[in-house]
Write a protein of this length. Structure first.
Length: 109
């Protein structure tokens, strides 16, 4: 199994809900780390290009939605995020300041 490593940061602007797009490269998204957050829920969107049309990621059980909180690390199942390269995170409500969310990925082997 490959080593977990830090991926690109995801940034949501002050008063925004949609992050900038990030490129995970050859990594599989396995974790998210939140510092201060206003929102309590977040969805994941993906596209086939960094400037493509982003769509909500759906699982068999419905929309990919996670409950978030300040100072939390959330693990994600690689089976659910494999194949996603370009992503955006969508907060459930406007953030009270610019937010930086750390991603953690494993290289695809």
């Amino acid at each position: 199994m490959s080593t977990l490593r830090r991926g690109p940061d995801v940034v949501i602007a002050n008063n925004g809900t949609v992050s900038a797009a990030v490129d995970l490269g050859e990594g599989v998204l396995c974790g998210l780390q939140f510092a201060t957050m206003t929102s309590t829920a977040m969805t994941l969107h993906s596209a086939d290009a960094i400037d493509g049309t982003f769509a909500l990621v759906l699982l068999r059980s419905g929309a990919f939605s996670i409950t978030i909180a300040t100072d939390r690390y959330i693990t994600l199942l690689s089976e659910e995020t494999r194949g996603l390269r370009f992503i955006k995170l969508i907060a459930g409500s406007a953030e009270g300041a610019e937010r930086t969310i750390k991603t953690y990925v494993r290289n695809i082997s």
